[in-house]
Design a protein around this ligand. Structure first.
Ligand code: LLP
Length: 418
């Protein structure tokens, strides 16, 4: 599984092909995201194989990267989807992911989104509150269909991660507290058949380095599942969510298959091996297989500080500004070495800063921001009047598809229309 690497001449490669050649494939346009579709597909295949039984589902968290070319590979590899909006559901379905492999999460699903989900009979609509459950029941009754619902449990586990991406603790807006689960089941049982309680789910947050905290939270879900089964309920699936971390250059993480195997072992050890297991990884499937290539527009040296100013900024890759996330920035034609440059974007915000990166004495013409396949393009904006970046899809060593920027002219036209 390739992703980013370097050859003997220290040229940066993606999926084994020099990024400089791939850049030619998009006419040299920057900033541009490049994705290694083969690596992504192989990762999904690896996870599907680790789960073994075809009943189990790798529900790729679409929010990480919504590109159609990429979703088609997820579908081809036998993956499903975790979606959080009607838009995500529509793209997942249109790229060939079967509704029976799609779960829908989200704390404030719109009525129209619930209606779409209900009409498709998804694997599960994951309810995040007792109040939402009530609304799902109303929509199901209005449409005359039975809603397959799962309860998203807030397992009350705090993970060691950035506060913005921890979701399973007591202060989080996500999920139903354990104390409220009996009431949720009661509402399901009293729904005159409009609500069918088919599962339990959780997602405790992102960037877990090893399965320990994940399993701790999953045990809570298993306990709750056994309680429901003891009470005579029927369950189809348990989703343990996503959150498998990747190495952004700050320390290795267990590979995604290690999480998948640990989850499966836990399900069996908890005596719940008859249930279907759902996992919702996003980042681990796409982040290492995407890079953002940018051009150096300007350098500046002052009082011993060296600045490298790019044509890519927080509008293209928001994670560093939003979470102080670290993405390695490297020259395209040389391995990191020497003293650091301060790498920043063009946006008029101090937070538009990618940090310090060693890149020798001469400023490079082109750089690559690594591990940008997840939560990169999907969180991009047009702030400061900048066009969204180009996206290029790589397979078999070449660019097989380009989704070119619509350009600043398009932005100007739309703003004038506003
Ligand atoms: N399932 C649910 C219900 C989720 O909310 C999420 C992510 C996932 C699965 C997938 O998590 P993953 O495997 O990708 O960690 N924008 C942030 C990450 C936010 C994650 C939100 N929920 C970032 O750039 O780090």
């Amino acid at each position: 599984m390739d992703g980013f690497s370097r050859d003997a001449q220290q040229r940066a490669l993606l999926g084994g092909t020099p990024l400089l050649d791939l850049l030619d494939g998009v006419g040299g346009q920057t900033p541009a995201y490049f994705y290694d579709l083969d690596g992504i597909e192989a990762t999904v295949r690896g996870l599907v194989a680790a789960l073994g039984d075809p009943r189990h589902t790798v529900a790729y968290a679409v929010k990480a990267n919504t590109a159609g070319s990429l979703l088609r590979r997820v579908a081809a590899a036998g993956g499903g989807a975790d979606v959080v909006s009607g838009g995500e559901l529509a793209v997942a379905e249109a790229t060939g992911i079967a509704p029976s492999k799609i779960v829908m999460s989200g704390v404030a699903k719109l009525d129209a989104e619930l209606d779409l989900a209900l009409s498709r009979r998804l694997l599960g609509i994951q309810a995040e509150s007792v109040e939402e459950l009530e609304r799902i029941g109303q929509r199901a009754r209005a449409l005359g269909v039975t809603a397959r619902v799962a309860l998203r449990v807030n397992p009350s586990v705090d993970i060691d991660s950035h506060a913005h991406i921890a979701t399973g603790h007591d202060e989080a807006k996500f999920g139903i507290a354990r104390e409220a689960l009996p009431e949720a089941w009661r509402r399901i049982d009293a729904s005159e058949g409009w609500l069918e309680g088919v599962g339990l789910s959780m997602h405790v947050g992102s960037m877990l380095r090893e399965p320990g905290p994940y399993l701790e939270a999953a045990r809570v879900v298993c306990e709750e599942a056994r309680a429901r089964l003891r009470a005579g309920g029927r369950l189809d699936y348990l989703s343990f969510g996503g959150g498998f971390g990747i190495d952004y250059g700050e320390g290795a993480c267990e590979p995604p298959v290690a999480f998948a195997r640990a989850a499966l072992d836990l399900l069996r050890a908890e005596g719940l091996g008859a249930l279907r297991l759902v996992l919702e990884p996003g980042r681990a499937i796409v982040a290492p297989f995407g890079v953002l290539v940018a051009r150096v527009v300007q350098t500046k040296e002052h009082q011993g500080k060296r600045w490298l100013m790019l044509d890519a900024g927080m509008n293209d890759l928001l994670r560093p500004a939003l979470y102080q996330a670290h993405h390695r920035v490297e020259a395209l034609d040389a391995a990191p070495s020497g003293h650091p440059w301060r790498v920043v974007g063009p946006v008029c915000e101090s937070a538009d800063d990618f940090g310090l990166h060693p890149m020798g004495s001469e400023a490079p013409a082109l750089v690559v921001l690594r591990d940008a396949g997840a939560y990169g393009y999907t969180m991009a904006s047009e702030y400061n009047g900048r066009a969204l970046p180009t996206e290029a899809f790589v397979s078999g060593g070449r660019v097989v598809h380009v989704s070119a920027t619509r350009g600043v002219e398009d932005w100007v036209r739309r703003r004038l229309e506003a």
